[in-house]
Write a protein that binds this ligand. Sequence first.
Ligand code: S3P
Length: 427
Amino acid sequence: MDKINLKPAKRLKGTIQLKGDKSISHRAVMIASIAEGRSNIKNFPKSEDCLATVMAFQKLGVDIDFSGDEVIVVGKGLRGLRKPEGNIYLGNSGTSMRLISGVLAGQNFDSTLTGDESLSKRPMDRIIMPLRQMGADITGREDRYAPLVIKGGVLNPIKYKTDVPSAQVKSALIFAALYADGPSEISEPLKSRDHTERLLSLFGAKMIIEDLNIAVCNDPDLKGKDITVPGDVSSAAFFIVGALILGGSEIVIKDLLFNRTRFGIMDVLKDMGADINVEKKRFNGFEETCDLIVNASELKGVKVGRDLIPSIIDELPVLLVAALFAQGDTTIEGAGELRVKETDRIASMTEALTRMGADISVKGDDICVRGQVPLRGAKLDSLGDHRTAMSLAIASLAADGECEIKGIECVNTSLPDFFKFLDSLRR
Ligand code: S3P
């Protein structure tokens, strides 16, 4: 049955090691597929989103096999993909759809991208419009939503500044720029995650990155590589917050991604007084990794400004949970992008947490959470959103009674082992 009953937990204790970061894993498969030769991608997560990317490139003629937690990709080179038979179905995965669009716009064949109900309601005009400026022939339902019909062809170089600080939009354009008939320049208003830039450079693309600007050379020689994907920092955030709010907790998360564009959550939690220590920082060839030690902490409310939003976008739901246990109010400004995720996460989180007794007010895109209002057991619904489901599970651990959460199978989207990890840590 697609629901779970969760009893309060005393504390979290133990060590975990998470499968590879979802954002990096998508990109690794995409780049390995358009590189020449073989790539071995270790610590690849078998989450539904990442598998959607694998299946898409298999459909585009790339040989991709699994061996344990390793994915072996025999790339076809930049221009070696083949016309897919039928539509490419991308399930729930916004990253797959937006990034692949950049690749497909430059092919010499046509393709159609489809997704599940939630993905079909998410805005795609943010990639349709700039890709059209490059000469791409791409259309969507109401010019905005999937299915996307992409007629591959010659692309012009572009000089473009994204209006939303979105790594997905930036990355779609970087991919398309590889196929353009001249160099492109892409810039963003605030720094979003930079995994596309790091991985493409590793595989041999020529890019000059200066702060918020990226110059991309077209027609790179991409060569297969062997890489290990660092542990998923967005998944780690759930256990980190769980450990912080349950007195007496102490957890260790090994081999975790350490990347400034993704570590905003650690900065905010540390500002709140969290006892989080980064140890054994090391470079793995394209990203830094670390071990993280987290101890239960007395948190205090903070103000989170809009400039921080891109680096904490996926962790905001669980940050709301941390804020419930802080002394004083926490305010988060300019969180509007949360409304266009797998659900409207401002609505799904406030609705569920309010049922538990939380006091959260929303004005426009700003959120204010009152700290230290006791939470009670309640019947909750994730509305099929994986990060909402996992955030609510963490909140349930610290409630004063049992919670029932409906819609938990969606954790498979990003972290199929979420409840296994939780069981292994709860004491
Ligand atoms: C992602 C970028 C973010 C994030 C998503 C993954 C990526 O989306 O929310 O989960 O891998 O590029 P936006 O680019 O829409 O902010």
